[in-house]
Design a protein around this ligand. Sequence first.
Ligand code: HEC
Ligand code: HEC
Length: 358
Amino acid sequence: MDRQIGLIVLISLVFLAGCEEPGASGDTPAEPYTSFFTPLPEAAVFPEGNDYSDAKRALGEFLFWDPILSGRMNVSCATCHHPDHAWADGRMFSIGVDGMGLGPGRSGSQETPFHSPSVLNVAYTGLPETQPDPGFVSGGYFWDLRVATLEDQALEPIRSEVEMRSSDFLEEEIMPEILLRLSLIPEYQDLFSSAFEGPDPISEENIAKALATYQRTLTTEPTRFDRFLAGDDTALTAAEITGLNKFINGGCTDCHSGPMLSDNLIDPTKPVQVDRPAVRTPTLRNVELTPPYMHDGSRATLGDAIALYEERDDLGVTLEDDDFGDIERFLRTLTDDAFSRDIPDYVPSQLPVGGDIL
Ligand code: HEC
Ligand code: HEC
């Protein structure tokens, strides 16, 4: 063969090979990765009116773990947001009042209508890809985004009959009862006085502020994915990068983007689960550690959760089931195993730490 023709044949073969799978979802995305994702912030933002202090955090930690905040003094926040389950509870639905045990082994008669999300990184919920508006802190919260801030969220579980209040108290009775109980414990008197100024530091507002402050400190360390975003090309394997490319080119980043891989929005026209209500996009950080999945916990494994997106052009997703294993491999790079697992040794009420969870 003439050398020149040989070269042309070779070049066209290379060209054809490159075009064999037009727009294959394993290809590098058209835009840089950092236009879809940003690394985790270095620290949480604390809002005006509730700035950080060690005293507030210490109080918030005790309150989070102390079942004294529940009607029958047997449920704490940690009952359903426990470090053994990556600060969720590993259950489809949670069991609050009258339950016994922790996580999937907990038993009881009443369940919450929603699956419990992790409280890790709630300081970063709703952070957009680009610098947020001045004054924006984080949020909103809950699957239906019904509260705006962590301070607004904090008293809701205490008021909820199925989570913490129980039928022993009416909704308007429970907070006065909790304030009375706390004010009778000298250690809480001291803790509230060190954390807050003013004559009556034991107040609903300050309980909420302390709980919010503590939760803002429950953040994860940068993962391999964050190191990759920061420019370390060796932080992910080739197979994980293929999964990342498929995640982007397959349409997942339409909703799962930014530092938390979530726009934290509800698109009422596109429920991800057919025949179920549309809910807000959850974060995918530490997703490996928080089964089961979705607002109703209806997907047992991460693979099952991803499989929900098969043939979902209506969501803008263009992936085949043989892409899902690659995507799962990528999602596992969002795991931080070094998150806080600290559990206080006691709580000031002297009740069992965390409630009836043993
Ligand atoms: C009985 C289990 C249970 C208890 C107790 C409980 N939670 Fe939750 N938590 C849940 C469930 C379920 C949800 C989701 C509810 C929803 O979206 O409507 C949730 C949601 C949250 C969220 C919102 C997270 C997000 O990403 O939107 C925060 C924050 C939170 N809880 C903190 C707390 C605090 C603080 C306490 C204690 C005062 C507490 N929880 C007590 C089960 C519980
Ligand atoms: C249209 C917006 C949208 C797109 C596109 C989208 N998601 Fe989601 N994702 C959501 C919403 C909303 C939920 C929660 C749905 C529910 O609870 O019913 C969710 C839940 C998940 C969950 C479960 C997380 C948890 O903690 O429960 C995973 C995993 C997930 N999505 C991965 C993906 C992958 C992979 C893709 C691309 C194939 C994708 N998503 C595309 C909006 C979206």
